[in-house]
Design a protein. Structure first.
Length: 76
């Protein structure tokens, strides 16, 4: 292979990798990989104890977010 062909192949592969990385980061930012049906489907299949644990986890998550928001206001 001559060097021009090799340079073109490297350029194309780097360009495709950049597009792939951009697409994955965009998907993460826009929450394309979140599974919103997980909890809805889980309600049909889980027992009562598992549902209570999921509910408590959501409450702890909300409390942590409130605490974080409160500490951020104190810093400003």
């Amino acid at each position: 292979m001559d060097s021009a062909t090799l340079a073109m192949l490297v350029f194309i592969s780097v360009l495709m990798g950049a597009f792939l990385l951009f697409g994955v980061l965009w998907g993460i930012k826009n929450k394309q990989f979140e599974d919103y049906r997980k909890f809805l489907d889980g309600a049909n299949l889980d027992d009562e104890e598992a549902l209570n644990e999921a509910y408590e986890l959501e409450l702890r998550k909300k409390e942590a977010l409130k605490k974080r928001a409160g500490s951020n206001k104190d810093k400003i």
